[in-house]
Design a protein around this ligand. Structure first.
Ligand SMILES: [Zn+2]
Length: 411
């Protein structure tokens, strides 16, 4: 079994040695001797920290970065994004996903929960580049019956190429998927033991349209009324919630994914942190796609989440660095049922090696504070996922070729 020994590294302000055997943290001790490791990494002046689990993105939207900025969600989607997405080929999606994965690795993310088209290509890219992914098989009714049937067939016959890759069932939103299909997809997700991944309560318009069409029910009340909310549901955005909505989401065990940058850029609104704290909802963090962000940095997402909460509710104590760090890391791993998200013996070997000599991390009074409020990707030197080194000393294999192939321009 492949072994990596990381020597003299800071873990929560203690200097330790970390032994990775296969895909798990085998031993973490002040000093590990008598091990003939395949690889030794010097951790002097470095810290080991858990990586990010990006719980909502559309990976290949990297290809639409910088296209259709500065407009409202529905106009942006209907006039710019959807027409352009229709032109993307399978090869484009593969290249766009590889670009997304390079960006994710460089900014410390080892897992992404995706929702996009050409899921096979996303799986191929994630498998090749050795990250973890839950790839959404995405449903929008307007795209026609044939695609829906093909997608369902794909879900029913899916065999994962590795322990790192799974799929999820992704009805896009209540305004693109009707009641019958939603319920059918929920049942399929139950039978297959898969997550149901959807957008929810992103904008005021969505809430108003839903109330008009469904007897004054909010989007959350509507999904509850059709019986598709439970602990396997992952709902992105959840910006516009009532007390009753928060109560439903908490009691059903739904995971909420906060995407602060996209919510601010599309002027959707501010995630209601006091409300979700009050009802103790499970929350993770996501970047959303690069067309509404416009990058995949979970470091930025943590900082924006904390700042947005504070300024929105005039409360500096809201969303501490420790709380938002948990949302960005272990909460995602736990939601996905991964024994990961902490640097601990027996857990899956996902970690970042961070350079404590980087200007953004000096002085090291409080690493988590520095990590949330100050750090950028330059601080991340090495990335390990499932015991595999994805980036070592800032080098990602084939990066140049991957970036070159993703330089697709919108004509
Ligand atoms: Zn989204």
């Amino acid at each position: 079994m492949n072994t990596i020994l990381i020597k003299n590294i800071s873990l929560k302000n203690r200097i330790v040695d970390v032994l990775i055997e296969g895909n798990v943290f085998k031993q973490i001790e002040p000093e590990i001797k008598d091990v003939n490791a395949d690889k030794i990494i010097d951790g002097t002046n470095r810290a080991i920290i858990q990586p990010f689990y990006n719980m909502h993105t559309h990976s290949s939207m990297t290809l639409l970065r910088g296209y259709g900025d500065d407009m409202r969600l529905f106009q942006w989607l209907s006039e710019y994004i959807w027409p352009e997405e229709a032109k993307l080929t399978a090869e484009d999606i593969y290249n766009g996903t590889r670009l997304a994965i390079v960006e994710m690795i460089r900014s410390g993310t080892v897992f992404f929960l995706d929702m996009y088209w050409h899921h096979q290509e996303i799986i191929r890219a994630a498998q090749e580049m050795k990250v973890r992914a839950s790839v959404g098989v995405t449903f929008i009714e307007e795209r026609g019956k044939k695609e829906i049937e093909d997608n369902i067939k794909f879900i029913n016959n899916f065999k994962s190429p590795s322990n790192r890759i799974t799929i999820n069932v992704a009805p896009h939103a209540i305004y693109t998927v009707g009641k019958d299909l939603y319920q059918e997809l929920y049942l399929i997700s139950k039978v297959r033991g898969l997550k149901l991944n959807t957008h929810l309560a992103e904008t005021v318009n969505e809430v108003n349209d839903c109330k008009k069409a469904n007897n004054n029910l909010t989007p959350t009340e509507y999904l509850e009324s059709i019986g598709v909310l439970d602990e396997n549901t992952i709902a992105a955005h959840c910006v516009h919630l009532t007390e009753h909505d928060a109560e439903i989401l908490s009691s059903k065990g739904v995971t909420l994914v906060h995407n602060p940058c996209a919510n601010m850029k599309l002027a959707s609104g501010a995630f209601n942190v006091p409300l979700i704290n009050k009802y103790d909802c499970r929350v993770c963090l996501g970047t959303d796609g690069t067309s509404s962000n416009n990058n995949l940095s979970m470091l930025e997402e943590m900082k924006f989440a904390a700042l947005l909460a504070k300024v929105s509710y005039h409360d500096t104590s809201l969303l501490s660095a420790n709380q938002v760090f948990a949302w960005a890391t272990k909460n995602g791993a736990e939601t996905m049922g991964l024994n990961a998200g902490k640097i601990k013996e027996g857990m899956l070997a996902d970690c970042l090696i961070v350079n404590l000599n980087n200007d953004r991390l000096i002085p090291n009074n409080n690493l988590i504070s520095n990590w949330v409020y100050s750090a950028d990707s330059r601080c991340i030197e090495t990335v390990i996922c499932d015991g595999n080194i994805l980036m070592e000393n800032y080098i990602i294999p084939n990066e140049e070729e991957i970036l070159e192939k993703a330089k697709r321009k919108i004509s």
